[in-house]
Each structure stands twice: as structure tokens, then as C-alpha cells.
Ligand binder design. Sequence first.
Ligand SMILES: [Cu+2]
Length: 155
Amino acid sequence: MRVNSMVSGMAIVLAACGGEKKADDQSTTPEQPASAPAGAPAAGGATHDVNMVLEGTSYKYDPAELTIKAGDVVNFHNKSGGPHNVSFWADSIPSGAADPLKAAMADQMAPLEGPLLTEPDAVYKVSFAGAPRGEYKYYCLPHLALGMKAKLTVK
Ligand SMILES: [Cu+2]
């Protein structure tokens, strides 16, 4: 058997290849507002609260109108008079909003229809990450006939 000792002469030096990337590297620095408050959530979203309540004889979302930004989160609280839920009208949300909403809504009973909240103080969280600007109208399935509906505006 012959041992080929030529191998050692064939080492290829690779070191010269790397290290010249910066010219076409498109690493623009992310837009960081200089005034960003310390401790702001990394995702950039604020959290809003909407209570679902029975007041006297009227079922309502409180507040019934709310303006948020894309990336914000809305927590819907089952305060009184439940069960309540959050159902978006598919024809009363901005174009392109259905997909991000469906992705953001857990346990949908039907597309854009959140689960019934029966537990006191249960919270249903909807993230508006990737949500287009515009108006989002929604209602409570058990109480729609009683006028329980509301509107969110993403700006
Ligand atoms: Cu309700």
C-alpha cells in the first residue's frame, strides 16, 4: 500500500476571500426615534383596554370608539353581563386587514369571530401588528341584537 504524501502540498489558503463586504452591505440603521423613552416595548406597540360591560340594561364596549396605531395590542376585558366576544365584520375592516387579524385572534369560532368569554375578568387579546390603517367595526355575537358594537381606528 502506498501512502500519498502529496496531500500536504495541496492545502488551499482560504483566508484571503472574506472581509470585504461592507461596501454593498445594505445594513441601514433601524429608524430609532431619538426620543424613544427608556423601557418602551421592543415591538413598539402600546396596549389598550376595552371593557365589555352591562350597564343598566345596555351591553357595551367601553370605550366604544378607540384609536390605536398598527402594532398596538387591545385587551378586551369581560367585566359584566357576559359572555361576550369580539367579532369583526369582514366587510367593515380595511382591505388587507383580514389576514393579519385572523392570525392575531386566538380560538376563533369562525373567521374573525373571537371565542365567547365566560370567565369573569377574562381577557381576549388582539394584536394589530401588520394591520392596515382604517376603521375596524366589530360586535359582540351574543349581544349584537342589543346593540353591542364598537369601532377601532388604526392610524
Ligand atoms: Cu356582549
